[in-house]
Design a protein around this ligand. Structure first.
Ligand SMILES: CCCCC/C=C\C/C=C\C/C=C\C/C=C\CCCC(=O)SCCNC(=O)CCNC(=O)[C@H](O)C(C)(C)COP(=O)(O)OP(=O)(O)OC[C@H]1O[C@@H](n2cnc3c(N)ncnc32)[C@H](O)[C@@H]1OP(=O)(O)O
Length: 194
């Protein structure tokens, strides 16, 4: 684990993560949590269009193809975009817990430059849960799922209720989301834990 911050170290009383019984099966695509999401939404032409697939336990894999719109230096991915890809991948783990959570802390190591046109092969897993706090870790590799690590991150997500979005989001997008039955179903399914 690369995280050096003490807030990314699970406390002694943390538990192992438990995969939700209705979590998507290993190999299944997770789909977007919101079609306008910069990370996973299909309606954002310059977004990452990241596709995550459930793995075993509370883990997943995802792929992100770096587009010209994602450049920082000529021909290289912007570091903030790579951090976004890690954030989105780590955030997608919450599908497997069936918990709504937002990023509280994200610590990223940039190990190798990532060229435009390359596919970043992401792997992420939840390492521990303590109350509302979800600890997770991810890597992004080049050239294939077993290729060299280009980026890695450790994160702390904090569980929230749907009200977090309803109370804080811009009203026009919230209204549109609440008028979309599929979106409401997706959000509510996460809120009700057995
Ligand atoms: C029907 C309409 C529905 C619309 C919704 C649509 C879809 C919803 C479905 C899914 C979407 C979910 C997420 C999006 C998914 C992926 C995108 C990638 C993820 C993101 O990109 S998401 C955006 C970036 N993210 C934020 O926008 C967060 C801004 N932030 C806050 O909103 C608050 O800050 C919050 C809520 C985080 C905490 O606030 P809070 O008041 O609830 O909790 P509190 O402060 O009490 O902390 C409780 C315990 O966490 C520890 N803790 C808290 N923050 C920490 C930190 N930063 N570092 C270390 N420890 C921290 C405390 O130390 C305490 O620890 P302890 O319990 O041990 O004392």
């Amino acid at each position: 684990m690369s995280g050096s911050s003490s807030s990314l170290k699970p406390p002694a009383d943390a538990s192992a993560p438990v995969r939700h019984p209705e979590a998507p099966s290993p190999g299944e695509l997770l789909g977007a949590h919101y079609d306008q999401c910069f990370g996973c939404g299909g309606e954002q032409p310059h977004g990452l269009l990241l596709e995550a697939r459930a793995g075993e336990g509370v883990s997943l894999t995802a792929e992100f193809t770096v587009q010209p719109a994602h450049q920082g230096a000529p021909g290289l991915a912007h570091g903030g975009v790579l951090a976004s890809a890690l954030d989105e991948t780590l955030g997608s783990l919450n599908w497997l817990l069936r918990t709504i959570a937002v990023t509280g802390r994200l610590e990223t190591d940039f190990v190798r430059p990532v060229p435009v046109g390359s596919v970043l092969h992401l792997q992420a897993r939840v390492t521990a849960v303590a109350g509302r706090k979800i600890y997770s870790t991810a890597t992004g590799r080049l050239g294939g799922p077993d290729g060299p690590v280009a980026v890695r991150a450790d994160a702390l997500f904090i569980e929230v209720k749907v009200d977090h979005f309803v109370d804080n989001g811009r009203p026009e997008e919230i209204r549109a989301a609440m008028n979309d039955p599929d979106q409401v179903r997706r959000a509510r399914a996460f809120e009700v834990n057995p």
